[in-house]
Each structure stands twice: as structure tokens, then as C-alpha cells.
Design a binder for this molecule. Sequence first.
Ligand code: ADP
Ligand code: MG
Length: 336
Amino acid sequence: MTAAVTLDGVGCTFGHGAGAVRAVDGVDLTIAAGEFFTLLGPSGSGKTTVLRMIGGFTLPTAGRVWIGGQDVTLAPPYARAVNTVFQDYALFPHMSIRDNVAYPLMVRKVDRATRERRAEELLALVQLPGVGARRPAQLSGGQRQRVALARALISEPQVLLLDEPLGALDLKLREQMQSELKALQRRLGITFLFITHDQHEALSMSDRIGIFNAGRLEQLGTPRQVYDTPATRFVAHFVGAANVLEGEAARSLTGHAQAMLRPERITLGEAVGARAAGPVCEVQFFGAFTRIKVETAGTRVQADLPLAPGAVMPEPGQTVHLHWNNGAVHALSAAA
Ligand code: ADP
Ligand code: MG
């Protein structure tokens, strides 16, 4: 595997003494060339700080950063083969779209004719041909985000860093941009390091995901691995919906000290052979499925029931019988 980015014990502490914030704490990570890698974690978990250390905007207080086999820990941003796309686009409002996209080439003193030709090529690549003469204010949010992407790609970085680039877009547009971005990444073969707090975005776009919590990597794996076999309670809860069972409930329902059971793995059925039974205490309609909460074994178990043709959903107060296969239970280590 050729490493595009390697973090070796990287940490970052802001401030000193009692007020110090340990934003990133001893992260080891290798991202392969051509990989679509996502850092997924809640707000404040240290994702942006990791990205800024790779981009060279923040210096680590511990560890080393490598890009393309070169130690760049102390190198300034312009000396790194990476580019960053920020959430707020950061376009120059007084410049045309063409000049915005060509800006990195202007800084490098590339001649005007080449700049303009490259800018038009990049605008075509992000499916925005013909808008070069406009100003940023004359484009929609989604179009501005594509301009920011074109600008980041024009200097042909080995690695593109994207910090919640779709966060400001509404759901429909975000989903469209997700598939466009993924297709573009495949076509160009550039390494993407993508940041999001949105689990669906991470699961649907990534080759691998690193789950971040309180400055640390909790788990590293393919979308399927982190979803099916979360390493910790935190990951189980953060990626998808989960029943995390503990204590007596875990022992009586699963035989483990601590276990996870995904709501969509539970079905309703007969009393015979049921794993659990109890009254429904809550029913929520979500369209494609209905989520019910059932009181059983001294806890509440959530089940997601697909809206199959002719399906009749239970009412609150009704007693139901829950079924699942052995394979639906994932034991969590007690320490986590
Ligand atoms: P995320 O991107 O996951 O939301 P950040 O990397 O922005 O998280 O922040 C991680 C932690 O570091 C937070 O507690 C944040 O307040 C703190 N932090 C980030 N940047 C600075 C800074 N320049 N000075 C002090 N604290 C900071
Ligand atoms: Mg952030």
C-alpha cells in the first residue's frame, strides 16, 4: 500500500496549564493513495484540528505528519501536496468565478491564457460550464461549493482535504453532491480525506471510516465493519441506531455482559420461539419503517419494522413478541 498520509502519534493541545484543551490525542493513522477516507465524529471531537495539522494550518504539539512519504510536520501549507475545501467555501466575492478557480495558478504566476483554459476545464469537470464570468453571489450554494472544489483541484493536489463541505446544503442537494463527489474522486484517483459528523454521509461515500471521539480514534474500518461490529459503545451509538444492552438485560436477552442489537434485525412474531415479549410503549412513523419501543427485561428495546405491503403496525400498549437470529447480536467488550 502506498501511503498518501501518515499520522504518527499526532496530538494537539491548545493553551497551557489548567485551561489547556487536548483537542487531538495520540492519533496513528495511514491513509492509502487513492482512498476515500472519512473522519466521522461529533462536533468538538477534534476532526478539524486533525485536518488543519495535515494541511499545515495548525502545528501538532506531539507526533509527526507524513504526506507522500515526506515528513511535513513543520512544513508550511504551500509546501504540502494537499489542498483544502472548507465548509464556508471561502470564495472571493469581488472576483469572477473563473478568476476564483484560477487563483492558485495566479499565485504561481502561470500565464493568463493557460489559467483561463484550466479554469474552464475544471468548471466543466464539476459540471458548471459557462458560469466563468459570473460572481459568487450569482450562484446557488451548491454551485458555489462546486466552484470551491474546482479551485481546490486546479493545482492537482495528491490529497484533497474536505472539512464538512456539504454541511451547509439542504438534504436533496447534499445527497446529489455526495454521489457527484464520490464519482469525481473515483475518476481522478485523488486521495480524499473527508470530514463529516453525518453517519449516513460517511457510510455511503467512504472506502474506510475513522470514528473520532474526544480527540481519539475509536475505530478504523470499512463502513460495513464499523456498522456490523462496532468496537465500542460509542461507535455502536454513533453509527446507526442501536440497542446497547447491559447488565441483567444483556445477560437474559443475549447471554453477554454487554451487547448490541440493531433495531432492523428485530422482527415481530409468535409467542413461540420469541426472544423477548412486552408492551409497546412508543410508536414512531418514519416512512420507510416504523420504530417501536418495547418494554422488556427491565429495559426498552427498539425495533424498526419495514413498511411492507399490508403491514399492520402495533399500537402503544399492545404486547408484542420479538424475534431475532443469533447473528444479530454483537458482543461489546465490557471495558469499552
Ligand atoms: P470538530 O472539528 O470535531 O468539531 P475541532 O477540531 O474544531 O473539532 O475542536 C476540537 C477541540 O479543540 C474543541 O474543544 C475546540 O473548542 C478546541 N479548539 C479548536 N481550535 C482551537 C483553538 N484554536 N484554540 C483553542 N481551542 C481550540
Ligand atoms: Mg470541525
